[in-house]
Design a protein around this ligand. Structure first.
Ligand code: GLU
Length: 437
């Protein structure tokens, strides 16, 4: 047999160096399920409904062929999971990251379902991701990945069926391409197919800041419960992207002292407090925290265990584990990221008496203002920023106090209280609708 004319390219370097040692503790879907099971048991959930809610409605896997600037063709894997749509259109972000797996996207889609139910907005939950490294791509390559991925999942997208938003490594620019691709296929402009868009094209004022603002609001409420205040509270923030940087900025504006921040490039510490606007300027210019001259550099993993009142993990999953949880000194943890704490770590934090504001509440400000954006797009009537922020404030504080009422009534952790509220709301909808056969 002769040699094939085109030689297949050599396989890429191993994407997940930790794959072989992927611990059960770090499987995000298991982490979600463990809390769901606990809540379902306490709710005495009907066994049939239990089975329905343990399974995603739809899981889509697509190959996304993209022409690189070099002229080579690359094929990326993309996922979109619609976990549950009983309460409304599926809602959830799209991430571009090398660590994306189907298990992770399933967990994130389930978390979106519980999050939307917890803050009581009329959406189900979904999530999407493409396994790629956007930091190595040109703008043109990023646009082609976005458009081809959008076209591959276009049957499920739509204002009434599935509405994406930004997530890890995606932003307003990416949302604009998704909206354009969808609109071109439908031959008319459909702004409400995606949220987190630029304000000039139907985005909502306040959406960019919404997740960080939500973190600030619930942290203020939690500190109030402990007889403390944001004014003077020492805060450490892990992750300095859209969520972490804005949470730090807004908390500092309320008088908090930001003692530590970190991103992929490194961590900074200052006992007397960092100047957040100056840090934001540095990051705009240098695209990373490392090298910032006005603070001491510390090891990245030290950030989580520094002396502080509030710790805000605002990066990614599985950063607070059974290994480092015993060393955490914060009194309040505000989970800006999705799934930053493993189920094993939950127990340790509870024993230590740390007040955890669970992810599905702490970072729900983003999807809440996404809901406002969807409403504004569909009504064709846009609100001023003050109205957006006031309505966000009202939903976040109401949800916080509903969680506290559940904690007190059932003597459960804040996390299980949130799951109980959310799972019961989704289950109630299923009971009312009945099962279509
Ligand atoms: N990606 C964000 C989240 O995890 C926002 C989702 C949305 O606005 O739909 O909550």
């Amino acid at each position: 047999m002769s040699e094939p004319a085109i030689k297949p390219p050599s396989p890429p370097a191993i994407i997940r160096p930790d794959k072989d040692t992927f611990l059960a503790e770090e499987n995000p879907f298991e982490a979600m399920m463990e809390r769901f099971d606990h809540a379902a048991q306490l709710l005495n959930l009907d066994p049939g409904l239990y089975k329905v809610l343990r399974n995603p409605e739809k899981q889509i896997i697509v190959s996304v062929p993209v022409l690189r600037d070099s002229g080579e063709l690359e094929v990326y894997t993309g996922y979109r999971v619609l976990y549950n749509t009983s309460r409304g259109p599926a809602k959830g972000g799209i991430r571009f990251d090398l660590n994306v797996t189907l298990e992770e996207v399933k967990a994130l889609a389930a978390w979106m379902t519980w999050k939307c139910a917890l803050v009581n907005i009329p959406f189900g939950g979904s999530k999407g991701g493409v396994v790629c490294d956007p930091s190595t791509m040109s703008m043109g390559e990023l646009e082609r990945v976005t458009r081809r991925y959008t076209a591959s999942i276009i049957e499920t997208l739509g204002p009434d069926s599935d509405v994406p938003a930004p997530d890890v490594n995606t932003n307003e620019r990416v949302m604009a391409w998704i909206m354009d691709t969808y609109s071109m296929h439908h031959r008319h402009l459909v702004t409400s197919v995606v949220t987190g868009k630029p304000v000039e094209m139907g985005g909502s004022l306040g959406r960019r800041e919404a997740t960080g603002r939500g973190c600030m609001i619930v942290t203020r409420e939690a500190l109030g419960k402990l007889g403390m205040s944001l004014k003077g509270a020492r805060v450490a923030v892990q992750g300095f992207g859209n969520v972490g940087s804005i949470a730090a900025d807004l908390m500092a504006k309320e008088g908090a002292v930001i003692v530590g921040v970190s991103d992929k490039s490194g961590a900074l510490y200052s006992a007397k407090g960092l100047d957040v606007p100056d840090l934001l300027k540095w990051v705009r210019e240098h695209r990373q925290l490392a090298g910032y001259p006005q603070a001491d550099a510390i090891a990245k993993d030290q950030l989580l265990t520094v002396e502080c009142d509030v710790l805000v993990p605002a990066a990614t999953e599985n950063v607070i584990t059974r290994k480092n949880a015993p060393q955490i000194k914060a009194k309040v943890i505000c989970e800006g990221a999705n799934g930053p704490t493993t189920a094993a770590a939950d127990e340790i934090l509870e024993k230590k008496g740390i007040f955890v504001i669970p992810d599905i509440l702490a970072n729900a400000g983003g999807v809440t203002v996404s809901y406002f954006e969807w409403v504004q797009d569909r009504g064709g009537y846009f609100w001023d920023e003050d109205t957006v922020n006031r309505r966000l404030e009202s939903i976040m504080t109401r949800s916080f106090h509903e969680m506290m009422a559940m904690v007190e009534k059932h003597k459960v952790s804040t996390r299980i209280a949130c799951y109980m509220l959310a799972v019961e709301r989704v289950a109630a909808m299923h009971r009312l609708r009945g099962m279509y056969a």
